[in-house]
Design a protein around this ligand. Sequence first.
Ligand code: 2RA
Length: 337
Amino acid sequence: MFETIAIVGATGAVGRIIRQLLAERNFPHKRIRFLASARSAGTTIDFQGTTIEVEEMTPAAFEGIDLAIGSTPDPIAKEFVPWAKAAGCLVVDESGYWRMDAEVPLVVPEVNPEAAFTHKGVIASPNCSTTQMVLAMKPLHDAGRIKRVVVSTYQATSGAGVGGQAELIDASRAALAGSDHTPTTFAHPIAFNLIPQIGSLKHAGYTSEEMKMVFETQKIFADPTIKVCPTCVRAPVSNCHSESILVETEKKITAEQARALFAATPGLRVVDDLANGVYPMPRDCDGSDDTFIGRIREDLSSDNGLAFWCVSDNLRKGAATNAVQIAELLTKHSAAV
Ligand code: 2RA
């Protein structure tokens, strides 16, 4: 057991869910501390019946912490992780900053748990759009080896933070009232619209969000030969990312086999009855730790292609839940050694 645990970025949207999950799942610990920016320091948070004061995140604050779960913007993670490591504190980091560092394992516990134990003081959790996709890919890859993935995302505004969700509401109200609304979180109007850009131009016409899906997938499967062609789109949805995924496998997997493989995979839930209008939709998946799969069908345009639809709560499995599951994995391991 890690005696003293901490959440870094405890007051943010994902930090709040991490707190809920630690309480719900009875995460073993003796003491919990909440670290945040100077702006939030001094405020209090009620946790399992105790009122705890939020502390400012400084190098000295990490003294005495055994395990920290971080959910902060990348520049903050760049700064605090070395402080934590110097203080002997193990970090599960949810930011994007450390994910592609060769020394840092990138872990989805249902996919590559063994990688977590190669850590040198920090373990990264993937970007939300990658996590749900690799979770769905895992049973297919094990059964038939995935060679290529074509994915289009429909990403919720919550992926851009609380401001993104608020902007969806404000912009929708303004559009319905026929009044002007100037976007601030997004580069274009989000109401009644789709924005086919998340992140900045990164490589060969692909955005940073899209290249995360390429590189993180290859790192998690430890297979740089898996080819990924992503298109990431911001959708006027409050929470839960949706993805249209086409995989091509070396060995043919039928739709029926895929349905059975998905159904047998912990963390995945099959919701698939097109004839009756049953498939996963973001509104129905909000607040769940599972990743939902529907519209499972064989590709009409290739021999070994399989198409499906995948929806997941990007703030939970896409962020907080995955980070907490990594921490649970480390706890079990520390108990076993
Ligand atoms: C987004 N994937 O949805 C990002 C958040 N990490 O904007």
